[in-house]
Design a protein around this ligand. Sequence first.
Ligand SMILES: C[S@@+](CC[C@H](N)C(=O)[O-])C[C@H]1O[C@@H](n2cnc3c(N)ncnc32)[C@H](O)[C@@H]1O
Length: 225
Amino acid sequence: MIEYRKRCIASEAIATLETGGIGKVVIAGAGVSMLGIELAARFRELSVFETDADAASMARKRVLVAGLGFAEGSRLQCLEADARDLSGTRAVLGAAGWGADLPTLLIVEGLSYYITKEALRRHWRALAPASRIILEYLVPPADVGEARRCIPERVFGLIREYGSSEGEYPCWREGELRLEEGLQVERLWAMEAIEGELAVGDPLFSRREDGWIEIALMRRGEAHA
Ligand SMILES: C[S@@+](CC[C@H](N)C(=O)[O-])C[C@H]1O[C@@H](n2cnc3c(N)ncnc32)[C@H](O)[C@@H]1O
């Protein structure tokens, strides 16, 4: 599943950047993911800002990037910032040269279950029009087929104690995202659809309800009055 998620997000990010108009990428909760390094190496004019609340992991990442030949000359910065704190995150990004008034591609992978929905909303509502958001999210247990419902409940049970102030780990539904103010869902990927695209011989996800995460590509429109 992680492989499908990573391949889908990388290919959506590349397709979005290839259409032009976006010169900055923010990867929130980037951790040890190589996506930022790959995007910065592939698109040499692109400014990539990775943020993570874990200062030690960003410090290690900076050392890693400095030693990678193919990342040489790329515009990648690894910054410490807590996604629950929008103004603090924007101050860190601003000091690093990110401009709030230009379209950004915001990638939220492996993070949405650690922070509240309101905290996430604050991020995308503050983005400039024509920005894009790639959001990987958990679907509510009730939407997962009975045979697999226990998997996310067990795996993410610990997250309740770790990051969310909601008591439960935050889940999203397609219908809810489609109603989000100032956002348009451009594409939405369930595991079943990703697997179909990859033409996997022996499918693990035959129906949408076989998967417990999904990925949405959304566009920031004009803010409503
Ligand atoms: C499961 S890892 C995902 C890493 C990477 N995005 C990926 O998908 O491979 C979650 C990451 O989110 C970071 N994280 C957790 N809470 C955060 C917060 N409030 N603000 C920023 N980063 C956070 C953790 O430090 C960790 O690096």
